[in-house]
Design a protein around this ligand. Structure first.
Ligand SMILES: Cc1cc2nc3c(=O)[nH]c(=O)nc-3n(C[C@H](O)[C@H](O)[C@H](O)COP(=O)(O)OP(=O)(O)OC[C@H]3O[C@@H](n4cnc5c(N)ncnc54)[C@H](O)[C@@H]3O)c2cc1C
Length: 361
């Protein structure tokens, strides 16, 4: 079968790996000139690990990731609010929760896909579905015809916009920005095998080890619109490592991105021979840290559906039936907010076990 995938992000590449392994003729189209080399840390859960193992890339995944054996939440004074041991998760859930460096993940996925299967500088402008084929048009004039097109072009998906309209963004009621950076693990006194978060009602910051002696921190503060505001907020948290870490983070290594709520779960993913996956299919808030994990689960579901069905229409029905309701349930979880946030939900490690592992993900 000829399959075109729009977008060479987490979803597009992981779907390509699974579909290429089935022997399909797969092309991935990406508007950027190369594989993503930017980004900081990333946190993936056992449901992502299981999907990644299923795609046959367990070894490189374990090489680039650090198993998280504990989740620890502390208050501003460094007193423990919550901790749980997750070292048994590989036996319990079939894979570990991990931290990793995002560019390493992009490289791992592009190596497994094969650069010869990725067409860079192809910016999708429109898609159309005919009776037994789908067509993709690019801004460079190229037109690609396939049996199936998969829209894996992210949260601002052009494919989705054309099929059902775009998502709606609106300001987050608590935090306008998320700040993040990568640091040397040696420079901070935290457990090197744990996600460690420091929390107050007005702001929080969390550390995740990501391998090669590095850790990733990320956090948000109510009312902090600049890095200076952000540093200022934590300046009195002297019993935590945060003031020292922020003081030594070079500005050029700092990433500040707007934190927006997002609305717009599609009522349908598949339209004729075109379907959606990843953020295009289930745009969600970052608070459950499930965006990429759900995307890997989409990829394995696509692989299974195309392995089980020679007929593309039947494969697409099986894929969407398996995934849409479950992914929508995860989107709902992601809208409940953060530990000690407005709704004071449980710590993430508990929510993962109670709200995500209990779904078929
Ligand atoms: C700062 C940040 C931190 C995050 N941290 C985590 C985390 O720790 N854990 C987690 O699970 N999730 C995390 N997420 C969410 C996660 O990144 C996404 O859920 C995941 O990347 C979705 O994969 P995707 O393939 O759908 O989209 P993307 O990975 O965004 O890939 C989309 C691709 O499509 C390409 N594209 C877009 N438009 C076009 C076009 N018109 N033509 C051609 N190509 C196009 C883009 O260039 C990109 O390569 C984070 C997100 C952000 C922004």
């Amino acid at each position: 079968m000829k399959i075109g995938i729009c977008g060479a992000g987490v979803g597009g590449l992981s779907a390509a790996i699974g579909l290429l392994a089935l022997g399909h003729d797969v092309n991935v189209f990406e508007r950027a000139p190369d594989i993503r080399t930017t980004g900081a840390g990333f946190n993936l859960w056992p449901n992502a690990g299981r999907a990644i193992y299923g795609l046959g890339i367990r070894e490189p995944y374990e090489d680039i990731s650090v198993q998280l054996d504990r989740y620890i939440e502390l208050d501003t004074e460094g007193n423990e609010l919550f901790s749980t041991d997750t070292s048994g998760w590989p036996e319990k859930y079939g894979a570990a929760a991990v931290g990793l460096y995002r560019p390493d993940l992009a490289r791992m996925l592009s190596d497994a896909t094969g650069l010869e299967n990725i067409k860079f500088e192809h910016d999708i402008v429109s898609v159309e579905s005919l009776d037994d084929k789908a067509i993709c048009h690019f801004s460079n004039g190229v037109c690609y015809e396939a049996d199936v097109i998969i829209g894996a072009d992210g949260i601002n998906s052009k494919v989705r916009e054309q099929l059902i309209g775009g998502v709606t963004f609106y300001p987050n009621e608590l935090y306008a920005y998320r700040f993040r950076s990568v640091i040397d693990l040696n420079d901070v006194d935290i457990d090197p095998a744990a996600q460690t978060g420091f929390y107050a009602k007005e702001g929080w910051l969390s550390f995740i080890p990501i391998g090669k002696g590095k850790a990733y921190w990320f956090g948000s503060v109510s009312g902090a619109d600049t890095f200076e505001d952000f540093i200022d907020f934590f300046s009195s948290w002297t019993k935590s490592p945060i003031p020292k870490v922020l003081g030594s983070t070079p500005r050029e290594l700092l990433v500040q991105s707007p934190l927006q709520d997002v609305d717009g779960v599609p009522y349908r993913w598949t339209h004729g021979r075109i379907t959606l996956m990843g953020d295009a299919a289930h745009p969600m808030m970052p608070d459950m840290a499930q965006g990429a994990s759900q995307t890997f689960v989409d990829a394995i579901a696509l692989r299974d559906a195309f392995a089980n069905n020679d007929n593309p229409d039947e494969a697409l029905v099986e894929y969407e039936t398996k995934r849409r309701e479950v992914a929508n349930a995860v989107v709902k979880c992601s809208q409940k907010g953060l530990f000690l946030g407005k709704h004071n939900v449980d710590p993430l490690a508990i929510r993962y076990q109670n709200e995500i592992e209990t779904l078929d993900t």
